[in-house]
Design a binder for this molecule. Structure first.
Ligand SMILES: Nc1ncnc2c1ncn2[C@@H]1O[C@H](COP(=O)(O)OP(=O)(O)OP(=O)(O)O)[C@@H](O)[C@H]1O
Length: 229
């Protein structure tokens, strides 16, 4: 991508995050500035407790920083009400977690459709997109299975399809292979790589795994509350 064509997907400036633990302030993030361009696949690494997930949630608008600001696709999140922020999350952001967070009594396609239904959309208007997503994640034959009838890797594929249904600007993934054996983890990573390469999907992923991080185009590390590229 030429620099002049770069478009910023998400940017943050001087992010500080402090928690109060036992009456004392603990500074987890200490002045983080970062820009991720559209189409990038960025891995966030760092030791346990370094603040990787905290940073991911702040970038995705799931949490607010103590200081500093985040903008997604040019919109500054700090000025948004909670309601506008949650609409923005539903429509512009996809999240995938280590534990798939599927609804146990809904089947694969119902789980994939759920966020759009909660956003007031009609299922019949999205049947084509649903079929495309099932195809993309390789679950067309298993669309009527409930999570209990699916392997961990298949459940994560459902979660990925669900996150992509709204055609999000950015897909955030928090340890997406953390609960999978290494072979299944590698399959999930090649799916994410394909989604990034073929669809130009911007992805920001937290991972402990150097193997998983190899799929990304850039690795950043959080250490002592700061970023090292
Ligand atoms: N709500 C909270 N209240 C107090 N402290 C918190 C809270 N959330 C996170 N922390 C602390 O902030 C630090 C960073 O947590 P975070 O989960 O972001 O780290 P991480 O790098 O993602 O860790 P891991 O790799 O173990 O998941 C930790 O020391 C954690 O205990």
């Amino acid at each position: 991508m030429r620099v002049s064509e770069e478009k910023t997907a998400v940017a943050c400036r001087n992010i500080v995050k402090e928690y109060t633990v036992g009456g004392e302030g603990v500074r987890v993030l200490d002045g983080i500035t970062l820009k991720v361009c559209r189409g990038e696949f960025v891995s966030i690494m760092g030791e346990s407790g370094s603040g990787k997930s905290t940073l991911l949630y702040i970038l995705g608008g799931l949490d607010r920083p103590t200081e500093g600001n985040v903008s997604i696709n040019g919109t500054d999140l700090s000025g948004l009400s909670d309601e506008t922020m949650s609409r923005m999350r539903r429509q512009k952001i996809g999240f995938v977690f280590q534990f798939y967070n599927l609804i146990p009594n809904l089947n694969a396609e119902e789980n994939i459709m759920l966020p759009l239904l909660l956003d007031g959309k009609r299922a019949q208007d999205y049947s084509g997109r649903l079929a495309q997503m099932l195809e993309l994640v390789g679950l067309t034959q298993r669309r009527k299975h409930t999570p209990r009838e699916l392997s961990g890797g298949q459940q994560q594929r459902v979660a990925i399809a669900r996150a992509l249904m709204s055609r999000p600007e950015i897909l955030f993934a928090d340890e997406p292979t953390g609960n999978l054996d290494s072979r299944t983890g590698a399959e999930i990573m090649s799916l994410l790589e394909e989604i990034n390469r073929e669809r130009g999907q911007t992805i920001i992923m937290v991972t402990h795994s150097p193997e998983a991080a190899k799929s990304s185009s850039r690795i950043i590390t959080v250490r002592d509350g700061k970023l090292k590229e």
